[in-house]
Ligand binder design. Structure first.
Ligand code: HPA
Ligand code: ZN
Length: 335
């Protein structure tokens, strides 16, 4: 088994319908109408409808314990498939909408991280995310809160939501986050093309979430490679949402061949039928990547991670080291 690492996954978007149902029952709230299709999966017909369904599911997540459970269950599932590190993109706006304070929100996620480390040996950190369609002021508020309330697990600032709201409007929010020492990433180049990516690159970011439509402009691809910008790509999300018609049409192999640093992420796993290990398998099956290629993807993720240097060094040793699944068999035999 290859050691994997993930920089692009939305925390509320990791909870499958079964867990959302369990949390709703515990909180005594009805499942929102229209959230699920007849087959029990999340229901949406396009990206904007997906964002609405995501908001419906997030509306039943109410307590620190809910956030603990979602974090723990996701990290346990990733660790089971060889995952060693995850950066969880968390949205304080979604927590605030149900009346949860930032400190309870952080405490719930941190408890999930601590318990997953104890039980499954996986590490995780938090990226605080603004939602661009909630407006510039809301995103600046999120950045200010993150800047004013440092937390050891909060290492970065991200921007998600409807990409048609242009990234340049959020320059002030990114300046606030960057000035507070938070590393920054931004969704770009999924629904909008090269111009939007260029605008995003004027923000203080070292990574882009998606970024794959850079392929439409070879000069931009060269710039990404030269500036060592890491693209946190999510091939299954892209194909399910129709950004590209099939894996055969996905530009990931071309971006990688052009020297752009790329990582793999599941984005919103149960919505897209994705898992982190599954994204590695997609690359093996559709792009012909072998173990060496896939290990390089994990190393690229750890090199681009927003964690501290001692953790990065420990993760790099694990990524280069023996198969994570093989660790128990390296113990001396009992007799
Ligand atoms: N893309 C953009 N915004 C999001 C997503 C996503 O996949 N999930 C939650 N917010
Ligand atoms: Zn995303």
């Amino acid at each position: 088994m290859i050691a994997t690492a993930e920089l692009h996954v939305h925390l509320e978007g990791t909870a499958p319908p079964e867990l959302i149902g369990r949390i709703a029952r515990r909180n005594g709230v009805e499942l929102p109408a229209g959230m699920l299709a007849a087959d029990g999966r999340f229901h949406y017909t396009n990206f904007l409808h997906f964002l609405d369904t995501y908001d419906l599911a997030a509306s039943v997540i109410r307590t620190a314990e809910d956030y603990r459970d979602i974090t723990y269950e996701y990290l346990a599932s990733v660790a089971e498939d060889g995952g060693i590190y995850v950066e969880l993109t968390a949205s304080p706006d979604h927590a605030a909408l149900v009346g949860l304070s930032d400190s309870e929100h952080y405490a719930g996620i941190a408890a999930g991280i601590d318990e997953a480390r104890r039980d499954h040996g996986i590490e995780a950190r938090i990226l605080i995310s603004g939602v661009r369609n909630f407006g510039v002021e809301a995103v600046e508020r999120v950045a200010r809160h993150a800047a004013q309330r440092p937390h050891p697990y909060v290492v970065g600032f991200a921007l998600a939501g409807d990409e048609r709201v242009a990234p340049g409007q959020f320059a002030q929010a990114f300046a606030i986050a960057a000035d507070a020492g938070l590393c920054c990433t931004v969704h770009a180049g999924e629904w909008q093309g090269p111009d939007s990516i260029r605008e995003a690159l004027r923000l203080p970011v070292t990574r882009l979430d998606h970024g794959v439509r850079a392929i439409e402009d070879p000069t931009l691809v060269r710039e990404l490679a030269e500036r060592h910008i890491t693209l946190n790509t999510c091939p299954t999300s892209n194909v399910v949402l129709g950004v590209f018609p099939s894996f055969a049409d996905h530009p990931l192999p071309h971006l990688r061949a052009a020297g752009v640093r790329v990582t793999l992420g599941s984005d919103d796993p149960p919505y897209f039928g994705a898992t982190l290990a599954g994204e590695y398998e997609v690359c093996r099956e559709h792009f012909g990547w072998d173990d060496q290629h896939l290990r390089e993807v994990t190393v690229a993720a750890i090199e681009a991670a927003f964690c501290d240097e001692p953790l990065r060094a420990a993760l790099l040793a694990r990524a280069h080291g023996p198969d994570p699944a093989a660790r128990p068999s390296q113990e001396p035999a009992a007799n």
